[in-house]
Design a protein around this ligand. Structure first.
Ligand SMILES: NC(=O)c1ccc[n+]([C@@H]2O[C@H](COP(=O)([O-])OP(=O)(O)OC[C@H]3O[C@@H](n4cnc5c(N)ncnc54)[C@H](OP(=O)(O)O)[C@@H]3O)[C@@H](O)[C@H]2O)c1
Length: 353
């Protein structure tokens, strides 16, 4: 059994969450943590039993006692941090979205290839046991005719954003609503229905986006940021759409409709329950036909375990790329998201096109 010694960059909520899953893989070792503040690093290290701390990414990346680095920082920092780590020969697992835009993703892919290291986007949706089951089941259901992916979650930071916009709070705009930090509903939430769609069906031929934006204070003055969106995607022989929001909740299920029946997922970001509704299932009490089936498979003991299991499996098998969270999928998703932002008029300082 291999042991992979991880350094963790960023001591926010997401690093805490993923670590709780990572430690369930016996091949994972939390070797060090890096924070911009010594105090945060010390308290995070104490809370997770991590033996070594850094306050300088360059020092962590050049530590020979680390094999891989997990990046849990705001989106606009992913590109530079990941390239720095990879240039020291470290494998990198980087939070979603992999970068601010497709150009940055391309540069990160080039860095992974030239340094011969694994780069994987920490996109949980496509690695969860129930998504993998759906992926296999799809092969038996004939031609796919529609994908409808939904993730709408009223953000815990939306109240703060409203107070900032009303001039009642002078805090900085939270990362997930902040163009300077490559935030917004698409980057934060919309990616969840889109990444699985690209993994299953490839990159769409075209994109038509309807996006709700609002102006927020930024380094450029005031810039638009997206709050929710509804997007149509063009594929041969099938239709597809994604709906996402940070300002309203939804309990709509994600559905994949095939000629042989429907796969209905309770939620796409982390699928916990799946129903199969066969073709011909009754739609009223007066008709007969095959009944829907619960085809859920058991979930992992922690939702984030699957990301680390995949990352370490890839390394253990002598490969440098995940199949579902491949470099090609990450790039295709970034291209789709660039086009949605272009149509919505949402621009980040990191954009160089
Ligand atoms: N997979 C999931 O379920 C999930 C859920 C939520 C978020 N995310 C992703 O996780 C990432 C972080 O999101 P978040 O909302 O946790 O962000 P955040 O709270 O703004 O930042 C997370 C941590 O990054 C470090 N950081 C903050 N600003 C930085 C900067 N300018 N340069 C370098 N480091 C900085 C800080 O740690 P230090 O103070 O220690 O430096 C901070 O605690 C995003 O990419 C987001 O999309 C993923």
């Amino acid at each position: 059994m291999i042991k992979v010694r991880f350094g963790i960059i960023g001591t926010g909520r997401i690093s805490d969450w993923v670590l709780k899953g990572a430690v369930l893989d016996p091949r994972f070792e939390a070797a060090s943590v890096c924070s911009r503040s010594r105090e945060n690093a010390e308290s995070f290290a104490a809370g997770h039993g991590i033996p070594k701390i850094f306050t300088d990414v360059e020092e962590m990346a050049s530590d020979p006692e680390i094999d891989a680095i997990y990046i849990g920082t705001p989106n606009h920092t992913h590109h530079d941090l990941a390239i720095r780590c990879m240039s020291h020969g470290k494998h990198v697992m980087c939070e979603k979205p992999l970068a601010s835009n497709a150009i940055e993703v391309e540069e990160m892919i080039a860095a992974a290839k030239s340094n011969n290291v694994l780069l994987m986007e920490a996109m949980i949706s496509t690695l969860s046991p129930n998504f993998r089951m759906v992926q296999n089941r799809l092969k038996t259901l004939g031609t796919v005719r529609n994908y409808s992916g939904v993730f709408c979650q009223y953000s815990s930071k939306y109240g703060l954003l409203k107070r900032i916009l009303a001039g009642e709070d002078h805090s900085p705009v939270p990362s997930s609503f902040n163009p300077d930090r490559s935030g917004g509903a698409l980057m934060d939430i919309g990616i969840y229905p889109i990444y699985p769609m690209v993994t299953l069906f490839g990159q769409p031929k075209s994109v038509k986006a309807d996006v709700l934006t609002i102006g927020v204070p930024t380094s450029q003055g005031t810039s638009p940021i997206d709050l929710q969106g509804s997007v149509l995607f063009e594929y041969d022989g099938m239709t597809a759409n994604a709906v996402y929001s940070k300002i309203a909740d939804s309990r709509l299920r994600t559905e994949i409709s095939c000629e042989g029946g429907i796969l209905s997922l309770d939620q796409i970001h982390i699928t916990r329950q799946v129903e199969f509704i066969p073709h011909g299932a009754p739609t009223s009490g007066r008709s007969n036909g095959p009944l829907k089936e619960d085809i859920t498979v058991p979930c992992d003991p922690d939702e984030y375990l699957c990301e680390f299991k995949e990352f370490i499996d890839v390394l253990e098998n002598g490969r440098l790329e995940s199949e579902n969270n491949s470099l090609g999928n990450s790039l295709a998703v970034a291209e789709v998201m660039d086009e949605i932002r272009r149509q919505a008029g949402v621009v980040f300082p990191s954009d160089r096109y």
